[in-house]
Design a binder for this molecule. Sequence first.
Ligand code: BGC
Length: 873
Amino acid sequence: MQNALQITSFQICGMEQCAAVETPDVCVSLYTEGAPEGMCFRLFDHQDILWFSGELPWTPQTVLTALPLKPNSSYRLEAQVTKNGTSVFSQISLNTGFMGSHWQAKWIEPQQENGIRERSIQFFELFMPQKDHYGGHDRLRPVQELKRDFTLPEKPERATLYATAHGVYALWLNGQRVSEQRLAPETTDYPNLLYYQVYDLSHMIREGKNTLRVLLGDGWWIGRIGLSGDSCQYGDRLGFLGQLELTGKDGMVETISTDSSFLSRPSFIRYSDLFMGEKWDLTLPEQPWTPCIEQDFPTENLKVQPIAPIGVWKQLSPAEILTTPKGELVVDFGQCLAGVVKLRVSCPPGRVIMLDHSETLDQEGNFFRNILGRNKDQQDVVVCGQGETTFCPEFTYHGFRYVRIVGASPEEILSVGACVIGTPLQKTGRFACSDSRLNQLQHNILWATRSNMVSVPTDCPQREKQGWTGDIQVFASTGCFNFDLTGFLRAWLAQMRLAQTEDGGIPIVVPSFPAQTAMQIGMSGSNTSSAWSDACVLVPLRLFEETGDREILRENLPMMRCWLGYIQEATKVLPEDYARRDQAGKDRCRFLWTGGYHFGDWLIPSFEDDIPGGTAATARVVAACQYAITVEAYLETLRALDAHAAERKEYEDLLRNIRSAIREEFVHEDGTLDADLQGPYVMVLRSGAVEGALADRVAARLVQRIHENGGGLDTGFVSVPYLLDMLTKYGYREEAWKQLFRRESPSWLYQVEHGATSMWENWNAIRPDGTVTTSSFNHYALGCVGSWMYRQIGGIQCAKAGWKEILFAPATDCGLRWADCSHQTPYGRAACRWEKNDKETRIEITVPEGVNARVSLPGLNMPLSPGTHNFTV
Ligand code: BGC
C-alpha cells in the first residue's frame, strides 16, 4: 500500500507560523508523505507572483537564495510537490524584518525608579531557603503601563507593528490583546542579540481613534534571574521600542513610532519577577500619566525573532482540591508543569490572596517548597478589586504541580486552572507499550521537554530557567524523537555561536548573563566544561541525523572547529604529576583534556551527599573520553560535508591518539579503572578507546560494579545516556532490560512508581524512606533513556542521516506483550507495531516512501520497500 502524496508540514526556518526573516536567503523544510519526485516554490505579494524557483528535485530541506524580499513586508510562500503528474500545494506567510535597514522609532523609557541590584552572594549561600536571604518586596519596581492615542482618517489596508523591549512586554490595541505571545522579547544575550516581534494588526486597526497600550515588566532585563537570583543583569531601567507601519489603499506608508508622545505610568501590577512572582493590586488608584523619555540605544543588536513565540499551549483543570493535614488549601493539577495559575474569585475588595507554587507535597501531605535559593519565592499575589477578580500573572512563570491558596476560601473560588506555557513544539514521536509504567515514563519525558523548551532549552522551570548546555547535550537525542526541535535548537545554536569567546570557549550556559558567567569563573576558573560545552558539536550533529540538512552542520562548523582548538589548547596544560611521568606518560598528555574545569560525571547517585566528590573522582577520565566522543562527532560532521579532506586526516590521527592515550592512561590490562565507578566504564567504552578482549573486560567490570551495587545503576548525568547502549553493545542486553524495568532507586521506574509526572533531577528526589528533598522535579536530563526506548522497544533506528535509511529491530523478547511506536521522519511516518501471544509475534512495519529500510530480528532479516508490511514470527 502506498501513501498518498501529501505535505504534512511546511516550515520556514523551523516555523509553520509567524515566520519572519532578516535575509533574502530562506531555509525551508517540507515534511511529506508519498515520496515526491519534484518540488518548486513561488513567492507572492498579495496576488502577484514575484518569484518562481523553477523545478527542483525533491529534498526535505533547501535554502531558497536571493528571494526578492523588501524590508518590513508581508509575502506568501507556496510550495508545490509533484509525483507522476500529480501535485499538492502548501502555503505559508512570510514576513520580513528590517533586514538591516534603519529603525525610525526611538527607544523610550517610562519615568521610573531604577531597579535595585542584588548584593553578591557566595556559592554556599545559593541554596539557602528564601527566608535567609536579604530583601523584602519593596525592592521590586512596578510594571509600567505605556500608551499612545492616534487618530486615522481612514482604515489602512495593512498595519504592521515591530516591537521589542528592555524587559518583557505585552500589547493591546483598542482594548484587545494583540498577541497571545508571552514574555516577549524572550531571552537572549541582549547586548549582542535582542529579538523583536512582528505583529499584523490589519484586522484590529480602525478609522478614527486608536489606542496602543503596552505593559512592561522586568523579565530577564532587570529581574532576578538564574541560579544566583541576580538582578539588573542587562540594565536597571525598562524601555520599549515600537514602529507601527500603516499602508494606505494608495500604497503610501505612514509610520507611528515610539517617541516622547508615548505616555507612561506605574500599572496595577505592583511588581513582576520571572522567579519571585507577580503581584496585582486592583485597589490601587490610577496614577497620572507622564511623558516617556527618548533614549539613544543602539539597534544593531535587533533581529527578528526566529522561533515560534512562547505561548499558553494547554489549560489544565485541577486534579484535586485538597485541605492538607495542616489545614491549608492546596490545588493539585496532577502534573508538573511550567506556567501560571488562572484564578477567578468572588472576594471583597482589598482581600489579599497569595498563591505559592511547588512541585511536590511533603511526606505528610503538606505543602512543601521544593525549591531553595535566593529569590526563588514562586509566589503570586492579588489584592482583589470590586466584583469578581480574575487573576492570571502576565510576566512570570513557575515550575509547579501544587498551588497553595492563602486568603480565599473554597466557596469564594469560582474557578482555578493552570495555563501551561512554552515554545510551541510539533510532536513527531509516539510511544506506547503494554507496560503502563513505561508509558508514564515517556509521558514524564514529554512533560519535562515541554516545561523546559521555553525560548531556549532550559534545565528546569523553577530554580534556574537557564540554557545549560550539558542538559540538552545529553537529552537532544530523546528530545528529537518526540518533537521537531530543529528550528528551536538551531536558533539556540545561533546564540551559542554569538556566545563563543575569542579563544573558542563555549559557555556552560547559553545565553549566559554577566553574574552567571562571573560566578562560574570565580568558582572554577573557567566558564567551560567537557560534556557541557561539547553541545556545540553534538547538538548540530543530532539535528543533522534527524533532518539530513547539511546546512545545520555548515553554519555551525566554524564554531565546532574553534571549540576543538580550545580543547587542544587545554591539552597543553601539564598535569600536576607531569614531572614524575615516564616519557610515554608525558607524551600522551598532549592527547588528554588536562586543563580547564570539568563537572565530571555530574550527580552520581553514590555521591548524593558529596557532589564535588563525584566531580573530583571522575573529572579527568570523563573529560578524556568526552574529547574522543566530540572529535568523533566532528569527524562525522566533516564526512557529512564531504570536504575538508586534509582536516579529516588530521582529526582521524588525533582521534586515534586520543583513544590510545585514554587506554594507556586510565585502563588497566584487567579492564579495571582507578576511577572504579560505573560512569567512567561507560565513558571509556563509548569513547572507542578499547576494543576486542580489553573492551570485553571493561564491560565485564561495568556489569560487576552494577552487581556490587545491588543491581542498581550508579551513573551520573554525563554517562547515563550511554549506559543502556553500552550494555546492549557489549552483550549484556538482559542487564540493560533489568535497568529499564528496575523499580528500586536509582532507576527510571522508581520515579514513576513514586508518582513522578515529569523527570526528576535526582534519582532520589523522594528518598526510599519517603523523605521529600529540595530538588527539581522537572529536569529532562535523566529522560535521555527515551531515545533508547524508541530504538529498542519500538525498534525504530535511523541508519542514515535524515532517516534516508531505517533499521527496524524491535526487541520483541524484552518482556513486553506489545509495543506501538512511530516517528515522523522528513519522508513521512515510520512505524512499528508488534504483539506477542503464546505462539507467535505479529509485527506491522510502515516504511515511508523514498526510504531504504530493513527489518532485523531473530528469524526475520530482509530489506523492506516503502509501504506497510505484516509479518508473523
Ligand atoms: C543545573 C543542571 C546543570 C548543572 C551544571 C545545575 O544547577 O540544574 O542541570 O547542568 O547545574 O552542573
